[in-house]
Design a protein. Sequence first.
Length: 167
Amino acid sequence: MTALNPIEKVPAMDASEKLRTVYIYPGQLFTASQPVMVSTILGSCVAVCLWDADASLAGINHYLLPSDPVRGHADLRYGNIAIERLIDEMVSAGAKKARLVAKLVGGASILGSAGTTRLSIGDQNVAVARVALEKHAIPINAEQTGGQRGRKLLFHTGNGCAYSKEI
């Protein structure tokens, strides 16, 4: 785990640049080929941010729980479903899996896991993301995961940069 705050250092944005903003809730995903500032708040939830620089395509999801073995493939509140759907949406929009890079944010142990050997929900959410991205050979080039505090995430779809702050 690499703790970065912000996730990347980038040149300051032009103050005159007016970006459309979008807030995503748990169980949602968003893809864009135009610059948009996407925000969300994460506790034990995880957001996977994907970027294809050559195609200028970005996508992000926000999921609550690691997996849902019962309901099938429709519920984006579950990491195993949300990550696959995000990758599919990106490829459908013109991204190439071989060019995708990922950023992971979230997965805090808000309630702690003292006295138990079981992984916290946050840790399980991060593990699901790592397994899914590895399966698709998508490298994780930055992450801010774990800990005991929530985070606010801003993801700029125009350049693939993500900014995270503990709250």
